[in-house]
Design a protein around this ligand. Structure first.
Ligand code: AP5
Length: 216
């Protein structure tokens, strides 16, 4: 079974949804830099305050801040069993830092799962996304509705729309994806680590395909 996995893809491709499905079935730790920043924003920390000024506009949080946060998280005990990175790396300096870091801790990246999705679908997904305020479970107002409107099926928490899930910020996020993150696909292809999946197949079918690949 593959451990130490990177999930890549544009905003709305389904990285968070897939990671939440995989983490329990594969017993891996889910590390989402976006979730970590949002936790800090919720907690009113200095890091949260800094991150919010970038995230709300759709911009990337500076590399060194993000790398330091990730480095501390990977050093925690629960990562020893393997991890799913969601939203990191997003820039070449981050990918290079991860390469050094994963060597240092002796947990090399084994595969990069890339989720392909077209822009029209990304916009549809992001504009309809709702997220649980308590547990972070993702929903969609049309395609992944909760049983009770506005209430999380898993924990009963309230659903909300992320501050960066608006047309203006999404445009900036998509531009950053093309300029800063998409070039990393070549970086990982050259290292023989890249596996592409079409995320248009729906979340359950995507989960089936990816988990079959990761456990073979
Ligand atoms: P982050 O939280 O990582 O956001 P993102 O990459 O823009 O990705 P999303 O969370 O928007 O989408 P997703 O791919 O997880 O899709 P989801 O599963 O929710 O980052 C937020 C911000 O933090 C960044 O903009 C940046 O500012 C900062 N940041 C984070 N990491 C950073 C880093 N490394 N460096 C610098 N800055 C960083 O699904 C979306 C919707 O589609 C949901 O409604 C879901 O129900 C639905 N859906 C999901 N999968 C499917 C499917 N297969 N079929 C149909 N519908 C689906």
């Amino acid at each position: 079974m593959k451990k130490n996995i990177i999930l890549m893809g544009p905003p709305g491709a389904g990285k968070g949804t897939l990671a939440k499905q995989l983490k329990s079935s594969l017993n891996l730790v889910h590390i989402s830099t976006g979730d970590m920043f949002r936790e800090n924003i919720k907690g009113g920390t200095a890091l949260g305050l800094l991150a919010k000024s970038y995230i709300d506009k759709g911009d990337l949080v500076p590399d060194q801040v993000t790398i330091d946060m990730l480095k501390a998280r990977l050093a925690e005990k629960d990562c020893e069993n393997g991890f799913l990175l969601d939203g990191f790396p997003r820039t070449l300096p981050q990918a290079e830092a991860l390469e050094r870091l994963s060597k240092e801790i002796n947990r090399p990246i084994e595969v990069v799962v890339n989720l392909d999705c077209n822009n029209e679908e990304l916009i549809r997904r992001i504009s309809g996304r709702r997220v649980c305020k308590n547990c972070g479970a993702p929903y969609h107002i049309v395609t992944m509705k909760p049983k009770v409107e506005g209430v999380c099926d898993l924990c009963g928490g309230p659903l909300y729309q992320r501050a960066d899930d608006n047309e203006e910020a999404l445009k900036v996020r998509l531009d950053h994806y093309v300029t800063d993150t998409k070039p990393l696909l070549d970086f990982y292809k050259q290292r023989g680590l890249l596996e592409n999946f079409n995320s248009l197949v729906g979340s359950q079918e995507l989960f089936n395909q990816v988990s079959k690949f990761l456990t073979k």
